[in-house]
Design a binder for this molecule. Structure first.
Ligand code: CDV
Length: 312
C-alpha cells in the first residue's frame, strides 16, 4: 500500500450502563482493537463519550456531584484508559476516542482525541455544536443536558497525520454544513465523527422515524460537498431504556457508503480508503479556490438566527 492508502475501521459500541466500570468498557474497546489488528487496520474510530453511559440524559443539580464528576477524565491517558493506549501502541494502530474532559482550570468539554500509531495524542477536538438544554425539563421522557454539563469548543482544527489531513467532529456537529466546510477549508480529507443519537427527539417526535435517514443524509452530503471521507461511529442500542441510533458507516468522497454496521452492538466495520480520491472532487466540482464566493456568504459568519425580509 502507498502512504495515501489507509485501512480504517469504525468501532461501533453497544449500550454502556451507568454501573459499567470504565475498565470494563476499555476491555470492550481492546477486543475491537484486537479484531482490527487481525485485519491490518491502521486507524480505529470509537464513538462520542465512549467511556461511560450517555450521562446527559440524567439531570444532576449540583455540578460538583461526585457521580457527575466520575463521568469526566482529568487526564488522558487515565489509569483506566492506559491499557488501550498500550495495546494500540503495541499493535501499531492509531485511534480516535471520545470522552468527557475536565481541564485543570475546571472547564468541561465533550472531547475527541486522535492518537497516532505510536500512542501519541496528535489531535484534540472539543464539540462546537452542543444540542439540548440547560435546565431540567421533566416533560421529556429523558433529558439531553449537554448544554448544562459542557462548554462549547470554538474551532475546527485539522492535522497532518495518517498520510493525509484529518479533522474531527462530534455527533450534533455532523448535522451542520458549517462543520464540514470549516474542516475542508483546513484541508480535511478524512473526518472522524463519533455520535450518541437517541432515536426519540422530544422537541419534534415526527423526526423519530427519520433518525437513520437524517444521519446518513448529513454525513453523505458533507463528504460529497467537501471531497472528504467521513467515518461516522455510533454508541447505539438500548441504553438505560433509551434507544439510540446505530448505523455506523464509512463514506467516500463520492457520498457513497463503503461499509456499514449491521447490528446495534459492539461491531467493527472496515474499509480501504485512498485519500488521493479526495482530489477528484476537491480539484473539480468543489475546487474551493476557483469557485467559492465568500463575499456572498457574509451572513454565515455575521449572524446566527435568520433575518427575513421586512413584511410588506
Ligand atoms: N449527542 C448528540 O449530539 N445528539 C444529538 C441529538 C440531541 C439530536 C444529535 O444530533 O444526534
Amino acid at each position: 500500500m502507498t502512504e495515501r492508502n489507509l485501512r480504517v475501521a469504525a468501532a461501533q459500541m453497544g449500550p454502556i450502563g451507568k454501573g459499567a466500570s470504565k475498565s470494563a468498557v476499555v476491555d470492550r474497546l481492546i477486543t475491537l482493537l484486537n479484531l482490527a489488528s487481525e485485519d491490518n487496520v491502521e486507524l480505529v474510530v470509537y464513538p462520542e463519550l465512549t467511556l461511560t453511559t450517555f450521562f446527559p440524559r440524567w439531570f444532576v443539580e449540583n455540578e460538583n456531584d461526585i457521580e457527575l464528576e466520575s463521568f469526566f477524565e482529568a487526564n488522558m491517558p487515565s489509569p483506566e484508559t492506559e491499557p488501550l493506549f498500550s495495546r494500540a501502541k503495541e499493535l501499531g494502530i492509531g485511534f480516535c476516542l471520545g470522552y468527557a474532559e475536565l481541564t485543570k482550570e475546571g472547564e468541561r468539554y465533550n472531547t475527541q482525541i486522535l492518537v497516532d500509531s505510536h500512542g501519541e495524542i496528535v489531535g484534540k477536538y472539543r464539540k462546537v455544536h452542543l444540542p439540548g438544554h440547560e435546565e431540567h425539563e421533566p416533560w421529556r421522557k429523558f433529558q439531553h443536558l449537554e448544554r448544562r454539563y459542557f462548554q462549547a469548543g470554538d474551532s475546527f482544527p485539522t492535522w497532518r497525520t495518517f498520510g493525509g489531513i484529518v479533522g474531527m467532529a462530534i455527533c450534533n456537529d455532523r448535522r451542520w454544513s458549517e462543520t464540514y466546510r470549516s474542516l475542508a477549508l483546513g484541508g480535511a480529507e478524512l473526518i472522524l465523527i463519533g455520535y450518541n443519537t437517541p432515536i426519540h427527539y422530544a422537541p419534534d417526535p415526527s423526526q423519530d422515524r427519520l433518525a437513520s435517514f437524517h444521519s446518513r443524509l448529513v454525513m453523505q452530503s458533507g463528504a460529497y460537498q467537501n471531497g472528504c471521507y467521513v467515518i461516522g461511529v455510533a454508541k447505539g442500542g438500548i441504553e438505560e431504556g433509551v434507544e439510540s441510533l446505530s448505523d455506523s458507516c464509512i463514506i467516500s468522497p463520492s457520498g457513497e457508503i463503503l461499509a456499514e454496521a449491521k447490528t446495534d452492538g459492539d461491531e467493527l466495520i472496515i474499509a480501504d480508503i485512498d485519500l488521493d480520491i479526495c482530489k477528484n472532487y476537491k480539484q473539480t466540482i468543489f475546487d474551493f479556490a476557483r469557485y467559492r464566493r465568500p463575499e456572498a456568504y457574509k451572513a454565515i459568519t455575521n449572524q446566527t438566527g435568520t433575518i427575513p425580509p421586512e413584511e410588506l
